[in-house]
Design a protein around this ligand. Structure first.
Ligand code: LLP
Length: 416
C-alpha cells in the first residue's frame, strides 16, 4: 500500500493528509506525480532498445494534468471516444501516437480522428472497417488500421472486466480474422498497420497474455503468406495491481517475457496500460458525517458516495480504507457507506475501523477508474482533484469541485 503512519497521522508520498483534509472540502481525490511517473518509467525502461510505444489508456484517469504529465514522459494514448481524443490534444499529446479502440465509434468520431491523423483505428468489426474505409475515401485519405482479435482467452478477473472471452462484445473471432485482413488489404481507404488484443483488466497472471500472443504470432505468419505485413503488435492493457494483499506481476518481468516472445516478428510493440500506471497513485479522502448502529450493523456514513467511487458497488471491488488519524481506540466492525439513496452505495463492508463523527478516512488505490467513473447522481457535485508534484511538497489543484450552477446549466426549464 502507498500510505504510511507517522506519529499516528497518515502520510501519502510525503504529505500529511490530515493537514490537507482540514484545509479542503471533502470528498476529494489526491494523486501522486511520483508514483505515476515511476510506474510509467518502469514500463519504459523494461523495453530497453526494443521498438515500442506505451499508449496510456485514457479511460483509467483522464485528468488533463495527468495526461500532460504522461505526454512529457513520452507516452502515447489509447482512446475510446472523440472526447478522449480532444483531451489528449488539449493535454499536448500527439495524435500520431494515439490508437482509437472501442466497438461503437461514430462516423463523427471517425471523421474527427482521421482529420487529426491518429496512429491507427483498432477495428472491432467488419462493419466498422467498411465504414472507416468509406469515410477515408470520401475524405480522399487513407486510414491506418489495426484489427482487434478476440483471442477467446479465459482470465481470472471480475466478469464485467473481461474483454477477450468468446462471448464478449470486443474484437473479432479468430475464425474470421484472416478473411477480414484480406478484405482490408483490398480496400483503397485502408492501410493495415497492426494487430491488437485486450483480454481484460486487473489480470494478475501473465499466462493469458502469453497465450494470446502465441495466437497472434500464428496469425501474423498466415498474414505474411498473404503478403500482409504488420508493423506493430498491440497487446492491450490489463496488468493488475494489489488492492489487498495480492502480489501483482513485476512490470519488468512481464515486458521482458513479451519482448522475447515477439522478437521473431520484428515489429514494434504497443501496450495500453491504464490501471497499472495510475491505480496506486490515487486516494479518495472523505469525512465521517454520521455513525449509526443497528441491531446487526455499525454504519460509518461518509461524504463520498457511489457517485464518487463506483467500483465497490459495480464490481464488488475491494479498496483498503484507513483512518487518517490512528487514535489507538478499539476498532469496530463496520460498513463504510455513502449518502446516496441506494443500498448499493458502499465503499467497504465489514471493515475494522475506529472513527468518530467528523474524522477523516482515506480510500486507497483509487487512481484508476475512480474519478473517471464518477457521476452527478443524486445531483451530487463531482469532487475536486489534487496532485502532489514530484518535489513531494507542492500540491496542485487539478480540478475544481463541480458547482450546482454547472450541473444545471445544460438543462432547460420549459414553461408548461
Ligand atoms: N485498452 C483497452 C482496449 C481497454 O478496453 C482497456 C480497459 C485498457 C486498454 C486499459 O486496461 P487496464 O490496463 O486499465 O486494465 N472500470 C473497470 C475497468 C474497465 C477496463 C476497461 N478497459 C474497473 O474499474 O475495474
Amino acid at each position: 500500500m502507498t500510505t504510511t503512519y507517522n506519529d499516528d497521522i497518515l502520510f501519502f508520498d510525503g504529505i500529511n493528509i490530515l493537514d490537507l483534509a482540514l484545509l479542503n472540502q471533502t470528498p476529494f481525490y489526491l494523486y501522486s506525480e511520483n508514483i505515476i511517473a515511476n510506474n510509467f518509467l518502469k514500463y519504459q525502461k523494461s523495453f530497453g532498445d526494443n521498438p515500442h510505444l506505451i499508449c496510456y489508456s485514457v479511460k483509467a484517469n483522464s485528468n488533463l494534468s495527468i495526461l500532460s504529465l504522461l505526454v512529457k514522459l513520452g507516452s502515447g494514448f489509447d482512446i475510446v471516444s472523440g472526447g478522449e481524443l480532444s483531451r489528449v490534444i488539449q493535454a499536448g499529446g500527439d495524435p500520431s501516437k494515439t490508437v482509437f479502440s472501442g466497438v461503437g465509434k461514430t462516423e463523427e468520431e471517425i471523421r474527427f480522428a482521421l482529420s487529426k491523423n491518429i496512429m491507427c483505428f483498432n477495428i472491432e468489426s467488419r462493419d466498422e472497417l467498411r465504414t472507416i474505409n468509406a469515410i477515408a475515401l470520401e475524405k480522399k485519405s487513407c486510414a491506418n488500421v489495426s484489427i482487434r482479435i478476440n483471442p477467446a482467452i479465459d482470465v481470472d478477473t471480475h466478469p464485467y472486466i473481461t474483454t477477450g472471452m468468446q462471448d464478449n462484445k470486443f474484437g473479432i473471432e479468430q475464425s474470421e480474422i484472416l478473411d477480414i485482413y484480406k478484405e482490408a488489404h483490398e480496400l483503397k481507404g485502408i492501410n493495415i498497420t497492426g494487430i491488437d488484443f485486450h483480454i481484460g483488466s486487473q489480470i494478475m497472471d501473465i499466462g493469458p497474455f502469453k497465450e494470446s500472443i502465441l495466437k497472434v504470432i500464428a496469425i501474423a505468419k498466415e498474414l505474411k503468406k498473404n503478403n500482409i505485413k504488420l508493423s506493430h503488435i498491440d497487446i492491450g492493457g490489463g496488468l493488475g495491481i494489489p488492492y489487498d494483499n495480492e502480489r501483482s506481476p513485476d512490470k519488468s518481468l512481464f515486458i521482458s517475457e513479451i519482448v522475447d516472445l515477439l522478437k521473431p516478428l520484428a515489429t514494434k510493440i504497443l501496450i495500453e496500460p491504464g490501471r497499472s500506471i495510475v491505480g496506486e497513485a490515487g486516494l479518495l479522502i472523505s469525512k465521517v458525517i454520521n455513525i449509526k448502529k443497528s441491531t446487526s450493523k455499525n454504519f460509518i456514513i461518509v461524504d463520498a458516495g457511489m457517485n464518487d467511487l463506483l467500483r465497490p458497488p459495480l464490481y464488488n471491488a475491494y479498496h483498503s480504507i484507513k483512518e487518517i488519524v490512528d487514535n489507538g481506540a478499539n476498532k469496530i466492525v463496520c460498513d463504510v457507506v455513502g449518502p446516496v439513496c441506494e443500498t448499493a452505495d458502499f465503499i467497504g463492508k465489514d471493515r475494522n475501523l475506529s472513527v468518530l463523527k467528523g474524522d477523516y478516512i482515506a480510500v486507497e488505490s483509487v487512481g484508476a477508474y475512480g474519478f473517471s467513473l464518477s457521476s452527478n447522481y443524486n445531483t451530487r457535485m463531482k469532487s475536486a482533484e489534487y496532485l502532489i508534484a514530484k518535489d513531494g511538497q507542492n500540491i496542485k489543484k487539478i480540478r475544481d469541485r463541480d458547482t450546482i450552477k454547472q450541473i444545471l446549466e445544460n438543462e432547460t426549464k420549459y414553461l408548461l
